[in-house]
Ligand binder design. Structure first.
Ligand SMILES: [Zn+2]
Length: 110
């Protein structure tokens, strides 16, 4: 276990709006309300509540409870690298379908 939590420099923190913009650019989804769970302490919360840092060529999202790194995102000209090993899961809600009626299924009765 590293014991360098004190090294976190809160001056490098992004504000939530900047994080939301970057995440939207990368995922094409509104991410700040997406639920996630910390693999270290089990804290569940929305991505928008994580501590976001841009120390280096990417974003680091840390748990707001234990401050362990949950998600790292690095964007290069060719690709996006997503390291989410610090999160148990990320739930990415799909955009709501347009007002398209449900498929009728009654012809499959056979
Ligand atoms: Zn945690």
């Amino acid at each position: 276990m590293e014991n360098s939590i004190q090294d976190i420099n809160r001056e490098l923190m992004l504000d939530a709006n900047a994080t939301a913009g970057l995440l939207y650019e990368i995922f094409g989804l509104e991410m700040t309300a997406a639920p996630t769970e910390c693999a270290n302490c089990g804290n569940e919360g929305e991505i928008g509540t994580l501590l976001a840092f841009t120390h280096g060529p990417g974003i680091v999202l840390r748990c707001s409870t234990c401050e362990q790194v949950m998600i790292r995102i690095v964007q290069t000209p060719e690709a996006i690298y997503l390291d989410a090993r610090g999160a148990v899961y990320l739930r990415l809600a799909l955009p709501k379908p347009k007002s398209e009626p449900m498929m009728e299924n009654d012809s499959l009765g056979g």
